[in-house]
Design a binder for this molecule. Structure first.
Ligand code: AMP
Length: 198
């Protein structure tokens, strides 16, 4: 199964991806996680991405498409994957399509998280507070000011991604403001009944 989770930052994509990968035994491919790992490791890509990420802006399509292309070649992604945080621009969606097409593969399902953006600002503040309370490092881009920039970036750049998949009959919306378990149930229902990938 090849699945895309689409929605603004803080919508719960990462949390739901964790549950999906357990149920379907496929890896989660989070470009945010991969970029943060590159920053932590001090790689060339990490150095190029760090300032852009800290400012809440989007890393270039070239970098992100490159890391996804490499990642989906790995053995664990052969059976499928959950993409979380990618594609974020129309150019990324088109590049992904070409990448998969060359392998005779395609996306099975795109799940769009519908959320209330103002409520997300509160959610992200909680995520930062919980992370801090657990003694873990807080993401620099999880403060309200940068978070609002990330939301704007989502509206400006990622708005074009949903129509791309809607036109292809792959887009399925769920209410991301429901309790976490209810969101999981909604996703499972979409996968089973609408995308037929159970
Ligand atoms: P996330 O963890 O998905 O919220 O991503 C954190 C940050 O990583 C974003 O604010 C961007 O700076 C960068 N990033 C992650 N995924 C992408 C992507 N697909 N395209 C461009 N930048 C990305």
């Amino acid at each position: 199964m090849r699945l895309i989770l689409l929605g603004p930052p803080g919508a719960g994509k990462g949390t739901q991806a964790q549950r999906i990968i357990q149920r379907y035994e496929i890896p989660q491919l989070s470009t945010g996680d991969m970029l943060r790992a590159a920053v932590a490791a001090g790689t060339e890509i990490g150095k190029r991405a760090q300032a852009v990420m800290d400012a809440g802006q989007l890393v270039s399509d070239e970098i992100v498409v490159g890391i996804v292309a490499e990642r989906i070649e790995e053995a664990d992604a052969k059976r499928g994957f959950v993409l979380d945080g990618f594609p974020r621009t129309l150019a990324q969606a088109e590049a992904l399509d070409r990448m998969l097409d060359q392998k005779g593969l395609s996306i099975d399902c795109v799940i769009e998280f519908k959320v209330d953006e103002e409520a997300l600002v509160g959610r992200i503040a909680r995520r930062a507070a919980e992370t801090e309370a657990a003694g873990l490092p807080v993401r620099k881009d999880d403060n309200p000011e940068v978070f609002r920039k990330r939301l704007k970036e989502f509206r400006d750049s990622t708005a074009a991604v949903a129509p791309f998949y809607r036109e292809r009959g792959l887009l399925h919306a769920i209410d991301g403001m429901q309790p976490v378990d209810t969101v999981t149930q909604s996703i499972t229902r979409v996968l089973d009944e609408e995308c037929g990938v159970a």
